[in-house]
Design a protein around this ligand. Sequence first.
Ligand SMILES: *Cc1c(COP(=O)(O)O)cnc(C)c1O
Length: 221
Amino acid sequence: MSIRENTRKLLQTMPDGVFIVAAAKTRTGIEISEAIEAGITNIGHNYVQEAENTAQATSGRAKLHLIGHLQRNKVKRAARLFDMIETIDSAEIARVLNDECGIEGKTMPVLIEVNSGREPQKSGVLPEDAIALAREITQLNHISLSGLMTIGPLAGDAEMARPYFQTTWQLFRDIKKLRLHEAEMQYLSMGMSDTYVTAIEEGANLVRIGTAIFGPRPAKA
Ligand SMILES: *Cc1c(COP(=O)(O)O)cnc(C)c1O
């Protein structure tokens, strides 16, 4: 099936209030354009460089989300380019991003990335550290806390992912209940092509979908 057909079908199955972020790593500007023309309104990038390379294809027609780890030396470019950063995982990166957003004269919506599977090699904060980071973020004027994001362990099927989605949803609810100043806690970003149905069942309202839109990724060179 084509990108257009994949996208249309997916959009039809999305419940009200659930939004797709098309995960665009390794895809060309032409492919991204095709998804946007079929109705995608959010594009997710893992790398600042890839986002810059394809920004012209997007140019104002979709919001750009950073869904990969944010490196300190890329913060300035990220602040300029993105409409949402889904991967805040330290107070330090939050402060640096806040400063750069101030320089850009914008307020950036951000999500805290939660390492729900407690995997040592993964980025994201451990669940028990998320509330402290949420409090730090709400002290800053140029980034606004909009929710949480998790990837979770990638092994196996959607049922194996469910407990990690549940953990993250509980945390999302707990932080929302704190009613932190300036925190909207509007978005819970969970689920990918193989797991988005389960993620939505467990409360996701942003789903990051790559393969089911664009087809299998080319093997790494
Ligand atoms: C690649 C990627 C996705 C989408 O993965 P698919 O399995 O292709 O749908 C979602 N989230 C992140 C962070 C990714 O890197």
